[in-house]
Design a protein around this ligand. Structure first.
Ligand code: SDX
Length: 431
């Protein structure tokens, strides 16, 4: 635990309670309220956890005001331009950048875990062809617990390690097979001679009838998208994984819970919702109409891909994503993509609008990712599965960190109860 030389004093009725303050490496001090209920007989109230630190972590730090994202201290823009996804996976899992030998061993380990148990194919075939790929991912990831029994004992550090590697390695295969199943094409097996990003593109777009050559610009953009989505502090899906893990649930069940949470349009589903919104807007002359709707309190419509709980400046991932969008669209010869034109004009108008400026609403990671993914040939239904396979390393790293804390306990929030007080049962004839 960080430095606790400072304290906070809380006066409640006739009680004066002194609470320790922890000073972190980066970010605001935190008031430790673990003894508040015992000492003051009160709860704190923070639905949505806008002011609550749920854990101590050393993995990722976000400075929302500066628009800075650090993974083990390294800024995301440097990692996106100088590193690659599997090296970032090593960094998130083990805390330091790997040596050349460590990286080679890690990449070989992940590569050799990319295949699924052959019997798992029957899970895919049990779904309707028009099932959303996220529905398939939730089911198949949870079902991994029924196949990989030798990596479900969370008390065994070796089994935790193997489960981590299996999840990182197999999620791209699961996502790619969900896609293939939805378009009625045969599953394509992973290949050990391809990189992580090349393998995913190959499993998605190769067909038995002809050779598929992975374009290096596309695989670089794919790897960058994986990296930009790798981890992000205690976001909703990561918090879900931590809470599921706190009961002792096996790693596959915990990650399946994270996949389910990520699916929501307020979270990882925003990339699909954002592209669908941009297409609904359709042309730049309709942008004012949608901005007016986003500002209208009576209208539930929000600008998808805008706003963030933590970032009150540009999401640094959105900046990198915007560069990638230009590169990929230039490559595809669709630099005049109408959806990208709407996105850029929408961003310009929103950023000039006092409503968004006052509320510090900026484009987030989901604003441009969908444009790239669509240009690469993915349907919108595959956007969130790609977010999920990228975020698996973050979920797994945070899951491992929580389990390695000997003091961790089951998460069990309390509540502010405003329901009926005690009352006796009333027979139906007396109601
Ligand atoms: C991700 O947590 C993470 O780190 C998530 C993520 C990750 O990597 O894990 O970064 C990935 O989920 C990115 C966010 C993707 N979601 C979207 O793009 C959906 C659209 N955005 C909103 O739903 C919203 O901005 C959230 C959910 C992202 C954040 O919501 P908050 O923090 O609860 O903020 P809020 O709803 O309290 O909004 C504050 C104000 C409100 O107005 P007032 O009530 O104060 O008058 O800003 C308004 C909101 O109405 N507002 C928006 C808006 N987002 C917030 N108004 C219009 N359009 C928007 N997008």
């Amino acid at each position: 635990m960080a430095d606790t030389s400072k304290t906070a004093k809380l006066s409640i009725a006739d009680k004066e309670i002194e609470l320790p303050i922890h000073s972190p490496t980066c970010g605001p001090d935190v008031v430790d309220i673990r003894k508040l209920y015992a000492q003051g007989d009160v709860f704190t109230y923070d639905p949505g956890f806008t002011s609550t630190a749920a854990c101590e972590s050393t993995i990722t730090f976000i400075d929302g005001d500066k628009g800075e994202l650090l993974h083990r201290g390294y800024p995301i823009d440097q990692l996106a331009s100088k590193s690659h996804y599997l090296e970032v996976c090593y960094l998130l899992l083990y805390g330091e950048l790997p040596s050349a030998e460590q990286l080679e061993t890690f990449e070989s380990t992940i590569t050799n875990h990319t295949m699924l148990h052959e019997q798992m194919q029957y899970f895919f075939r049990g779904f309707r062809r028009d099932a959303h790929p996220m529905a398939i991912m939730v089911g198949v990831v949870g079902a991994m617990a029924a196949f990989y029994h030798d990596s479900t004992d969370i008390s065994d550090p070796h089994q935790r390690e193997v489960a981590s590697h299996r999840l990182i390695a197999k999620m791209p295969t699961i996502a790619a097979w969900a896609y293939k199943y939805s378009i009625g094409q045969p599953f394509v097996y992973p290949r050990n001679d391809l990189t992580h990003a090349e393998n995913f593109l190959h499993m998605c777009f190769a067909v038995p009838a002809e050779e598929y050559k992975v374009d290096p610009i596309l695989s670089r953009a794919m790897d960058r998208i994986f990296t930009l989505h790798a981890d992000h502090e205690q976001n909703a899906s990561t918090s879900t994984v931590r809470l599921a893990s706190s009961s002792g649930a096996n790693p596959f069940a915990c990650i399946a819970a994270g996949v389910a949470c990520l699916w929501g349009p307020a979270h990882g589903g925003a990339n699909q919702a954002c592209l669908e919104m941009l297409k609904e807007i359709g042309s730049v002359d309709r942008i004012p109409e949608f901005i007016a709707r986003a500002k209208d309190k009576e209208d539930p419509f929000r600008l998808m891909g805008f706003g963030h709980r933590v970032y009150k400046n540009f999401d640094p991932r959105a900046k990198v994503m915007k560069q990638s969008a230009d590169e990929v669209l230039d490559l595809m010869g669709i630099e005049n993509n109408p959806v990208l034109q709407v996105a850029k004009e929408l961003e310009r108008q929103a950023l000039e609008d006092p409503y968004f400026a006052d509320k510090k609403l900026f484009p987030n990671v989901d604003f441009y990712s969908g444009i790239i993914l669509e240009a690469m040939g993915f349907p919108t239904s595959m956007f969130t599965p790609i977010f999920a396979l990228s975020r698996t390393v973050g979920w797994v790293s945070q899951w491992k960190e929580q389990l390695s804390d000997p003091g961790h306990k089951i998460g069990r929030p309390r509540q502010l109860y405003t329901g009926a007080p005690y009352r006796d049962y009333v027979e139906v004839e007396d109601r």
